[in-house]
Design a binder for this molecule. Structure first.
Ligand SMILES: *[C@@H]1O[C@H](CO)[C@@H](O)[C@H](O)[C@H]1NC(C)=O
Ligand SMILES: *[C@@H]1O[C@H](CO)[C@@H](O)[C@H](O)[C@H]1NC(C)=O
Ligand SMILES: *[C@@H]1O[C@H](CO)[C@@H](O)[C@H](O)[C@H]1NC(C)=O
Length: 512
C-alpha cells in the first residue's frame, strides 16, 4: 500500500501531466489557424484579463502549400521542414507571440506534427511555406535533413504502404496514414531531429505540446524523443519544469490501440468525452442529462489526471476524426454553450475550448464536401487577421467561441471553483440537472421540454449572486438574472425551457 501511494505521488509530480499553467488558471483555448500577431494581441487584450491559461496554436513549422483544393486547413499537417515559417507567421513573429503571451501569464502549447512529413504524392519542388526544396519520390527533405533512410517504407508490411486495417496495430504505427510519409521513429537520428525541433520551441518559451497522430507512433518511440526534451525556459517557468505533453490518440473503443498505452508519456486526448456529451445533450439514443451524475471515469473514460478534454476539436467539428454526428459545435450554439458550460463546471480532465473559423458547409449524402476549407484568407493565400467588432465579437469569418459571454464566463467559473469537490448533485430523472463545486460555485441546466422550477441546495454562502450565463457582475450591478441564496444554502431556480440559454451558473466572485 505504501509503495502504491509512493508511486502514485511520483506519477502525480511528473510534470508532463502538469499543464504548466499560471497559478489558478485552468483552461486553454485552441486558436485554430490564427496568425501569431493576432494571438499576441489576443493574449494581452482578452485572454489574460479573462483568466485563460493558454493557447494551443496551429503547427508552426514549414508545411506543403496545397492549391488543389485551395489552401485547405490540413496542409499544415504536411510538414516540409522544422523551420518556424507558416501562414501564421515567421519565427520572429512566433517569438514575439510567445514572449508577449508568457508575459501576461498565458502559455503557448504547440501542435507538433512529428509522425510524418507530407503526402507521398506531392512530387518535388520548393512548394513549402518557406520555399524549402523537397522530393517525395526520393524521400528527400534536405531542410531537416531527412532522406530515404529516415522513413518506414521498409518496415510497413501492407501491399499499398498505407494503413489498410486499424485492427492491426503494426500497420497503424508503421504504415502511411492517408499517404503521409511515415517517419522511422525507431532511428535515433529521427528522434534527435524531432527533439531538436521541439527543444528549439522550448527555448523560445513554449509550455508544452499537443502531439498530432500519436496513435500512429509506438509509445516507446515517443518516449525516446520526449526523454530528449529540455526543461522549460526559466525565464517564465520554475526550474526543472517539464513540457506538458498531450497526445492525440483517437480511442472511442473498438480498436486494439488504447489511450492507456500512452499514459507513460503524458496526457491523452479523451475523444469519448465530446462524443458522449454531444449524444446526451442532443438527447439521442435515450440519453438524459441525469445520467451525467457519474460523468468521468464512471462513463469508461480514462483517469481524470490523464485526460485532455474538449467538446469539439478542429477535426471532428467538420466530420473528420472521431465522434461522428453527435459532436456539438458552434453550428448548434444553444446546445453547444450548454455542453461547454457543463465541461467547464465539471472537475473531470484538463479542459480545452475550441475557437474556430466559419466556412460554407455543403452536405451531400450526409458528408460536408467543404470539410477541407482553410482559414479566412486573401487572394494571395495569406490568412486574414482577426478583427474585433464594437460588441467584442470577431469579424473576417472568425467565430471566436471563446469570446461568447457564456463560454468566457465559464472559463472564469472554472478558475474560481478550482480544487473544489463535485457536490450537491440534483436531477429530476430527466434533463434537469444541477451541481456545485463545494461552496464556490453552482450550475443548473434545463434541457427538458418543461419549465424548471425548483429549490435546490447550492452549497453557497447566503446572499445575492449574479448569473454569469445571462449576464455578469459589473461593478456592483448584475446585467443578468439574480440568484438569491438563503442562509441555509438553498435557492429557488426558474428556467424556462424556451430560454435562449436554458442554464444558470454562478460563483462566489459573482456575489453582489
Ligand atoms: C531538468 O531539471 C531537473 C531538476 O532541476 C534536473 O535534474 C534535470 O537534469 C533537468 N533536465 C534537463 C533535460 O535539463
Ligand atoms: C497578400 O494580400 C494581402 C491583402 O491584400 C496583403 O495585405 C499582403 O501584404 C499580401 N501578402 C503578400 C505576401 O503578398
Ligand atoms: C423533470 O422532468 C420530467 C420529465 O420532463 C417532468 O415530468 C418533471 O416535472 C420534472 N420534474 C421537476 C421536479 O422539475
Amino acid at each position: 500500500m505504501k509503495i502504491l501511494l509512493l508511486l502514485a505521488a511520483l506519477g502525480f509530480c511528473r510534470a508532463q501531466y502538469n499543464p504548466n499553467t499560471a497559478h489558478g488558471r485552468t483552461a486553454i483555448v485552441h486558436l485554430f489557424e490564427w496568425r501569431w500577431a493576432d494571438i499576441a494581441l489576443e493574449c494581452e487584450r482578452y485572454l489574460a484579463p479573462n483568466g485563460f491559461a493558454g493557447v494551443q496554436v496551429s503547427p508552426p513549422n514549414e508545411n506543403l502549400v496545397i492549391t488543389d483544393p485551395w489552401r485547405p486547413w490540413w496542409e499544415r499537417y504536411q510538414p516540409i521542414s522544422y523551420k518556424i515559417c507558416s501562414r501564421s507567421g515567421n519565427e520572429n513573429e512566433f517569438r514575439d507571440m510567445v514572449t508577449r503571451c508568457n508575459n501576461v501569464g498565458v502559455h503557448i502549447y504547440v501542435d507538433a506534427v512529428v509522425n510524418h512529413m507530407c503526402g507521398s504524392g506531392a512530387g518535388s519542388g520548393n512548394r513549402g511555406t518557406c520555399g524549402s526544396y523537397f522530393n517525395t519520390g526520393t524521400r528527400d527533405f534536405p531542410a531537416v535533413p531527412y532522406s530515404g533512410w529516415d522513413f518506414n517504407d521498409g518496415k510497413c508490411k501492407t501491399g499499398s504502404g498505407e494503413i489498410e486495417n486499424y485492427n492491426d496495430r503494426d500497420q497503424v504505427r508503421d504504415c502511411r496514414l492517408v499517404s503521409l510519409l511515415d517517419l522511422a521513429l525507431e532511428k535515433d537520428y529521427v528522434r534527435s531531429k524531432i527533439a531538436e525541433f521541439m527543444n528549439h520551441l522550448i527555448g523560445i518559451g513554449v509550455a508544452g505540446f499537443r502531439i498530432d497522430a500519436s496513435k500512429h507512433m509506438w509509445p516507446g518511440d515517443m518516449k525516446a524523443f520526449l526523454d530528449k526534451l529540455n526543461n522549460l525556459s526559466t525565464q517564465w517557468f520554475s526550474q526543472g519544469s517539464r513540457p506538458f505533453i498531450y497526445q492525440e490518440v483517437i480511442d472511442v473503443g473498438g480498436e486494439p490501440i488504447t489511450s492507456s498505452e500512452y499514459f507513460g508519456n503524458g496526457r491523452v486526448t479523451e475523444f469519448k468525452y465530446g462524443a458522449k456529451l454531444g449524444t446526451v445533450i442532443r438527447r439521442w439514443n435515450g440519453e438524459k442529462m441525469s445520467y451525467l451524475k457519474n460523468w468521468g471515469e464512471g462513463w469508461g473514460f480514462m483517469p481524470s489526471d490523464r485526460a485532455l478534454v474538449f467538446v469539439d476539436n478542429h477535426d471532428n467539428q467538420r466530420g473528420h476524426g472521431a465522434g461522428g454526428a453527435s459532436i456539438l459545435t458552434f453550428w448548434d450554439p444553444r446546445l453547444y454553450k450548454m455542453a461547454v458550460g457543463f465541461m467547464l463546471a465539471h472537475p473531470y480532465g484538463f479542459t480545452r475550448v475550441m475557437s474556430s473559423f466559419r466556412w460554407t458547409r455543403d452536405f451531400q449524402n450526409g458528408k460536408d464536401v467543404n470539410d477541407w476549407i482553410g482559414p479566412p484568407s486573401n487572394g494571395n493565400g495569406s490568412i486574414k487577421s482577426v478583427t474585433i467588432n464594437a460588441d467584442t465579437t470577431c469579424g473576417n469569418g472568425w467565430v471566436c467561441e471563446h469570446r461568447w459571454r457564456q463560454i468566457r464566463n465559464m472559463v472564469i467559473f472554472r478558475n474560481v471553483v478550482n480544487g473544489q469537490p463535485f457536490s450537491n448533485w440534483w436531477d429530476n430523472n430527466s434533463n434537469q440537472v444541477a451541481f456545485g463545486r463545494g461552496n464556490k460555485g453552482f450550475i443548473v441546466f434545463n434541457n427538458d421540454d418543461l419549465q424548471l422550477s425548483s429549490t435546490l441546495q447550492t452549497g453557497l454562502p447566503g446572499g445575492t449572486y449574479c448569473d454569469v450565463i445571462s449576464g455578469q457582475k459589473e461593478g456592483n450591478r448584475c446585467t443578468g438574472i439574480q440568484v438569491y441564496v438563503n442562509d441555509d444554502g438553498t435557492a429557488n431556480f426558474q428556467i424556462s425551457n424556451s430560454a435562449e440559454d436554458p442554464f444558470i451558473a454562478t460563483h462566489v466572485d459573482a456575489k453582489l
